[in-house]
Ligand binder design. Structure first.
Ligand code: NAI
Length: 342
């Protein structure tokens, strides 16, 4: 959920001040691809955040109207629009978190890999600008195929000499959101209590929900594990087919991305108890990038949570081994693409 954050302050008893107790709107967030399906809904949700003082909306077209519309909401964030490459640098200066949902979405029959050629180029160009203008920002990559676009972004940042693996994130929050929803429904749990780690990557079988690590601790039959795992892996395709050519998940994706932005801002703001699943540079497996739960702090990833991968069931262990070749190939494809340009 979009939790309101309360800044922890050891001095609260002594010097009680509203500024210390309540979150202050003081962070700048940029959305690149802000006029799109995800971008618009995400902009609305971020405009509601008590932590955001400035919301920069960038797109190649149609962003002026979105910003004018949004700017009438009486929440603290000031909304500023930026259109086209000539305004990108100004959009990025001084920003704390950059979210990138720019690119084309899937149509029925397409896999996320089918988006590679177009979206790889878009992500490469945008991350170059991030490297030049706000190299210290947290970078949230939504554009698919995330399994490849994150390695592309890492290579671009390395080429620019500003790569900080702790601050580059592939957004996989939607997989967790879906897992929590489907498991709650199936097992009739209290939604607020449910939390399921999802590891691996963000496409088909590389999405691996670890049902054995669900909170609250829940027993599943083999059939339930199979059914729920496959549903979580194919949930994006469920939406693509229901939208019948009009795109992929936008509203649930915006909800998930807003949760990840809010978690990042809470971490930057000093909250010491922020954990999210995300696709990052990792040494938890032999793969260079891997989604897992991470602890977020002021400077990005503070720790990768390895314990989720201990004591896996036989089903999960097999699924983990099965996803590795596909994820490895997607990572290598991304790296090769980014290195072509050198
Ligand atoms: P959309 O087509 O509605 O919006 C994309 C926006 O990107 C458009 O406004 C377009 O003008 C803009 N754009 C294109 N090139 C750009 C550039 N060079 N710079 C800035 N903006 C640019 O697409 P939608 O539905 O918002 O999806 C966006 C991406 O998010 C897709 O790649 C989709 O596959 C991905 N996605 C990722 C998910 C995840 O869980 N990580 C879930 C759902 C979608």
């Amino acid at each position: 959920a979009l939790r309101q954050s309360i800044t922890p302050n050891a001095q609260i008893g002594k010097q009680k001040s509203w500024n210390h107790v309540w979150p202050q709107a003081s962070y700048k967030v940029a959305i690149l691809g802000a006029a799109g399906g995800i971008g618009q809904s995400l902009a609305l949700l971020i405009k509601m955040s008590p932590l955001v003082s400035s919301l920069h909306l960038y797109d190649i077209a149609n962003v002026k109207g979105v910003a004018a519309d949004l700017s009438h909401c009486n929440t603290p964030a000031q909304v500023v629009d930026f259109t086209g490459a000539s305004e990108l640098a100004n959009c990025l200066k001084g920003v704390d978190v950059v979210v990138i949902p720019a690119g084309i979405p899937r149509k029925p029959g397409m896999t996320r890999d089918d988006l590679f050629n177009i979206n790889a180029n878009i992500v490469k160009g945008l991350v170059e600008a991030v490297a030049d203008n706000c190299p210290d920002a947290f970078i949230h990559i939504i554009s698919n195929p995330v399994n490849s676009t994150v390695p592309i972004a890492a290579e671009v940042l390395k080429q620019k000499g500003v790569y900080d693996p702790k601050k580059l994130f592939g957004v996989t929050t939607l997989d967790v959101v879906r897992a929590n929803t489907f498991i709650t429904q199936k097992k009739n749990l209290r939604l607020i209590d449910v939390d399921v780690p999802v590891v691996g990557g963000h496409a088909g079988i590389t999405i691996l929900p670890l049902l054995s690590k669900s909170k609250p601790s829940t027993t599943f039959t083999d059939e339930e594990v199979q059914e729920l795992t496959v549903r979580i892996q194919n949930a994006g395709t469920e939406v693509v087919e229901a939208k019948a050519g009009a795109g992929s998940a936008t509203l649930s994706m915006a909800y998930a991305a807003a949760r990840f932005v809010e978690s990042s801002l809470r971490a930057i703001d000093g909250d010491a108890d922020v954990y999210e699943c995300t696709y990052v540079e990792s040494n938890l497996t032999e793969l260079p990038f891997f989604a897992s739960r991470v602890k977020l702090g002021r400077n990005g990833v503070e720790a990768l949570i390895s314990s989720d991968l201990n004591g896996l069931t036989e089903y999960e262990q097999k699924a983990l081994e099965a996803l590795k070749p596909e994820l490895k190939a997607s990572i290598e494809e991304g790296i090769a693409y980014a290195q072509k340009g050198i």
